[in-house]
Design a protein around this ligand. Sequence first.
Ligand SMILES: NC(=O)c1ccc[n+]([C@@H]2O[C@H](COP(=O)([O-])OP(=O)(O)OC[C@H]3O[C@@H](n4cnc5c(N)ncnc54)[C@H](OP(=O)(O)O)[C@@H]3O)[C@@H](O)[C@H]2O)c1
Length: 292
Amino acid sequence: MKKILIQFDTDEQPSTFDRVVAVDAGAEELFSYGGISGDNVTGLVHGAIFTRGPADLKNTAIFVGGSSVSEGEALMKHVQKAFFGPMRVSVMMDSNGCNTTAAAAVVAAKQHLPLNSTSALVLGGTGPVGQRVGQLLAAEGCNVTLVSRSQDRAAAACEAIAAHTSSGQLQPAAGSTTEEFQALCAGKQLVVAAGAAGICFLPEGSLAALPDLQVAIDLNAVPPTGLADVGATDKAKQVEGTVCYGALGVGGTKMKVHKQAIRQLFESSDVLLDTSEIYNLALQVAGLATDE
Ligand SMILES: NC(=O)c1ccc[n+]([C@@H]2O[C@H](COP(=O)([O-])OP(=O)(O)OC[C@H]3O[C@@H](n4cnc5c(N)ncnc54)[C@H](OP(=O)(O)O)[C@@H]3O)[C@@H](O)[C@H]2O)c1
């Protein structure tokens, strides 16, 4: 029986990135739908769960994507609401690559730092990726400062994260100039730049002025990159005494995690993959899972 992945995208155009990864991960048929919300998803889910018998439903799975994490989260809930008894299929949520990218970034940091005693700064922390990075770091026990250009947006993002995890400490901070970003980085052991593509927070030479910084991760691959001292392809490269990862250095793990997650969807009909489950997969991919 063919493995069918059904892609529900909250954007009008289903993401080509997610489609390519689905095929590369082994989905034999891919049905892609754009402009999906709670208003129009129930019939599509019923179409997915009523066509194959319960024992065969593990060969059908749903991927929720799109550029809005809040819409993706709401859609994920609507999808699950349409299930009942054994009439269900596995579901993964990764709007804007938020879960797979954040999971890959945090496992990179975890390879070098005891996260439960680390002070971390997330620049561009209000975006889909930054919020998930903040959530995973807090869940690991980090003391996390989430930065936005707006104190209100940073505070709203911290509040949203706090609804998902009670561990760690989270505080919002505002900054919009190089000097403010540099001052916020002082005393932190970990900095993750998760700003929009092409946004540079720290110019060249900044790492040398941050003696406490042990790990710097830049997720923006589009020039100018988020941390000018970090090269896009850096992977655990030492720069001025700091271990650096660039967007492509993290991207390899992200792609492995994304593909592994798609494969896992087809193992049974009741797999649910959201932030913590995808992080657990990333820990396995990085050889950091505690049961290994
Ligand atoms: N390496 C990978 O595998 C991978 C995968 C997916 C995404 N990415 C990259 O990860 C990064 C984060 O993705 P995302 O989708 O979360 O990003 P995003 O939503 O486009 O932007 C994140 C945050 O950047 C801040 N920002 C926007 N313009 C800014 C400016 N001019 N100055 C300072 N801050 C600014 C915004 O925060 P405020 O408005 O609150 O200040 C925004 O919430 C992107 O660079 C993306 O390309 C990498």
